[in-house]
Design a protein around this ligand. Structure first.
Ligand code: ADE
Length: 227
């Protein structure tokens, strides 16, 4: 898979993609993440990327030309998804992550300032995604969230397929409680069923815990869950 990211702040990506599982996925060529500096496509000597909004109002708006130039240079003749990160987009969920994981390539465009020229939404991007109902200073943290959630779904990136299957949200439920050693920690014991060696019993207990936990914490998920 290849993910291209268009941003005004390329340095923001150096930490998060250089550690842990995303790093390993890049090293092992499961994914190539290419960062493009929008400034390189800016207008004139000063590489201008933003301007005042027509009609007045506070803040600056990203002008269309550098965004069109950047995206067109990246995608060439290919027809790949071009996704704008914006609080106005459709909500990013595990289901959307699975949808993106099925593509071999897509482009993420990070919005900034007060917004982007509407013609970018209408004629350049094919999708708009929000990571939640709150406003970030820019799309970069959202792009990182999207990349992280998608990369771990690429087959082979995580050790075992079960770790993806049992994730919170993957079957529409929250994940069951997990325990590891020691068996007794400060007097708090691991549920005996997990030590029983009875795999059917363990599976039943985990399923029950996942349902109870979802009911207690996220009853809204149960309506859509695959029970
Ligand atoms: N840019 C600013 N806020 C955002 C959000 N909640 N999701 C995606 N991109 C954003």
């Amino acid at each position: 898979m290849r993910i291209d990211i268009v941003t005004l702040f390329p340095n923001m990506f150096s930490g998060p993609f250089d550690e842990s599982i995303v790093r390993r996925a890049r090293d092992n060529k499961f994914v190539e993440i290419v960062i493009h500096n929008l400034r390189d496509y800016g207008l004139g000597m000063h590489r201008v990327v933003d301007d005042y909004p027509y009609g007045g109002g506070s803040g600056m708006v990203l002008v269309p030309e550098p965004l069109f130039s950047a995206v067109e240079a990246i995608k060439g003749e290919s027809r790949i998804p071009v996704i704008l990160l914006t609080p106005q987009g459709r909500l990013f969920t595990q289901q959307v992550a699975e949808e993106l994981a099925a593509y071999s390539r897509f482009i993420l465009v990070c919005g900034h300032y007060e917004g982007v020229d509407e013609r970018v939404r209408e004629y350049l991007v094919t999708d708009e995604i929000s990571i939640g109902d709150y406003v970030l200073t820019g799309g970069e943290p959202a792009a990182m969230v999207v990349c992280d959630a998608v990369v771990r779904l690429i087959p082979g990136v995580l050790g075992s397929p079960e770790s993806v299957r049992d994730d919170s949200h993957s079957g529409g439920l929250l994940e069951y409680p997990q325990y590891t050693r020691p068996q007794i920690f400060r007097g708090w014991e691991v549920p005996p069923v997990l030590l029983s060696g009875n795999h059917a019993e363990i599976a039943r207990w985990r399923r029950e815990q996942a349902v109870l936990r979802t009911l207690a914490r996220r009853p809204d998920l149960l309506e859509k869950a695959d029970l």
